[in-house]
Design a protein around this ligand. Structure first.
Ligand SMILES: Cc1cc2nc3c(=O)[nH]c(=O)nc-3n(C[C@H](O)[C@H](O)[C@H](O)COP(=O)(O)OP(=O)(O)OC[C@H]3O[C@@H](n4cnc5c(N)ncnc54)[C@H](O)[C@@H]3O)c2cc1C
Length: 459
């Protein structure tokens, strides 16, 4: 329970209509897209100004109340599962695009701006904000920065962190800290923005975000290559990269996922194919033409049964609609879905695809694999029923086996979904104890009372 006096102070700060204590409201903020037990906070607050956000952070610290910031709650690692009896701060009222600067190609946004809203606003001005998580229609830019979110275009354009030019965030006392610049280059002081990207709400609370924009590519071409052998598809991925072609998008889908997507969205996918590659090249029209021809011939060389090049925007959209619906399509098949994002060096994609099949067989569980093959970031997706205890034990063992394989291949536990609660117990496997200790020292220096999203990342 929050003390009455403090609740009143919260009401004064954010307005009584933006303080939520009803059970039904609190339930809404008790979980996110990770498969974890929900935890009820004591209160949820919805500040509508930066000043109110800053004061809420200060009040939480002064009253030793754990605080979890929440954008859209779509993260897949438990980053917004609050602490019991803690405070959830929802950023969806801080949703203004404050500036789009065409001459210097940057945008300044509040943290609650929805990713796709910024992408559309800058596209209307011939500019491009490339990071495109599959959740972009609802995810927020604050959540994207805090998770260092990736997406389908990571191979060519990188991830959210590559676009963060500057930040204004509140430290644990509610003090505004400014880092970075609106210039292309900035070597002034510590790179605090680098520290804050991917910090999952554990080190500070973003209030304003400055994001780099680039010119919108003049042309693009989407292709769908169909393979009768899974191995051929994964080897084609490695061959395209080795040939120094950098598609904007290079996505993989196995047969299990193809069938689920076709049943869900009826876009005409070949349900008998062992695997598909969905590829898009973009840039100057002449370069697009040349890259598309090279991709087609590499797909044929490495055994594609057929390859279809989209002839217009409608066909292109249907390729990407198919890919974007993969998670929802798989989610319909079983009560529980666990989407992993262990990532390997790109040349190891064939080994990782083989390993997923072996793990699925070894543990007797269903795994659909799809994802950003071009940047080594596949999404093995486990379908199960969490209520089945016996199966759940096998699932947990399979997850650990996936992580172990990724590390053995020189990869990482998470390419884009973050550590949160879900992966924090595995972190040391990748980093070793010294890195954990160092991270704990950073955390305790910046948040001595451990109120900013405790239990996340380093536990
Ligand atoms: C269908 C689906 C598809 C997805 N596809 C992708 C994908 O392709 N690529 C990808 O990378 N991820 C993907 N995700 C995961 C998820 O959408 C991303 O992690 C996204 O960045 C989360 O944004 P959000 O606004 O929902 O943040 P939330 O889930 O609300 O929060 C995420 C983290 O950010 C912190 N946070 C939020 N706002 C702030 C702030 N203002 N200051 C400090 N910390 C803050 C939270 O405390 C939490 O730790 C997908 C998820 C779903 C459900």
């Amino acid at each position: 329970m929050i003390q009455k006096g403090l609740l009143k102070e919260f009401q004064k700060t954010v307005g009584a209509a933006n303080v939520f204590t009803d059970h039904a409201d609190l339930l809404t903020y008790s979980y996110d897209a990770a498969v974890l037990e929900p935890v009820l906070p004591a209160v949820a607050l919805r500040p509508t100004t930066g000043e109110a956000l800053s004061k809420v952070v200060r009040l939480c610290n002064e009253n030793l109340l754990p605080l979890t910031v929440r954008g859209a709650g779509t993260n897949l690692s438990g980053g917004t599962v609050p602490s019991a009896k803690g405070v959830v701060v929802v950023t969806n009222a801080l949703n203004q695009i404050l500036e789009i600067n065409e001459a210097d190609m940057y945008a300044v946004v509040q943290p609650g701006v929805v990713t796709a809203k910024l992408a559309a606003a800058v596209e209307a001005r011939g500019l491009f904000y490339p990071p495109d998580p599959g959740s972009q229609a609802v995810s927020t830019l604050g959540g994207n920065v805090a998770e260092n979110a990736g997406g389908l275009r990571g191979l060519k354009y990188g991830v959210t962190g590559d676009y963060v030019m500057g930040l204004q965030f509140f430290d644990v006392n509610g003090e505004p800290i400014t880092t970075g610049s609106r210039t292309v280059k900035c070597a002034t002081g510590y790179n605090l923005a680098g520290l804050m990207v991917g910090s999952e709400g554990t080190l500070g609370v973003f209030n304003k975000i400055t994001l780099k924009l680039i010119p919108l590519p003049a042309d693009q071409k989407a292709m769908m290559a169909v393979f009768d052998e899974m191995e051929n598809a994964s080897e084609t991925v490695a061959a395209i990269i080795a040939d120094h072609i950098v598609p904007a998008t290079l996505e993989y889908m196995d047969n299990f996922t193809i069938r689920a997507v076709e049943a869900y969205s009826r876009v005409g996918l070949p349900v008998d194919a062992a695997a598909l590659l969905l590829i898009e090249v973009d840039g100057h029209p002449a370069q697009v033409e040349e890259d598309a021809q090279k991709v087609v011939s590499l797909c044929k060389k490495f055994g594609a049964a057929s390859i279809k090049v989209a002839v217009d925007a409608v066909e292109r959209d249907s390729v990407w609609e198919a890919r974007r619906s993969a998670l929802s399509a798989l989610a319909k098949l079983k009560p529980t879905l666990i989407l992993e994002d262990a990532t390997v060096p790109r040349s190891k994609i064939p080994d990782m695809v083989r390993a997923m099949q072996d793990i699925s067989r070894q543990y007797g569980i269903e795994i659909g694999t799809f994802g950003h093959a071009g940047d080594g970031n596949l999404h093995p997706t486990i379908l199960t029923d969490r209520r089945n205890k016996q199966e759940w034990e096998k699932v947990e063992a399979a997850i650990e086996a996936i992580f172990d394989k990724a590390l053995e291949l020189g990869g990482t536990l998470s390419g884009e979904h973050g550590t949160g609660i879900a992966k924090s117990c595995f972190l040391e496997k990748e980093t070793g104890p010294a890195t954990i200790l160092y991270s704990k020292r950073v955390k305790s220096a910046l948040d001595p009372n451990n109120i900013l999203n405790p239990d996340k990342i380093i536990g």
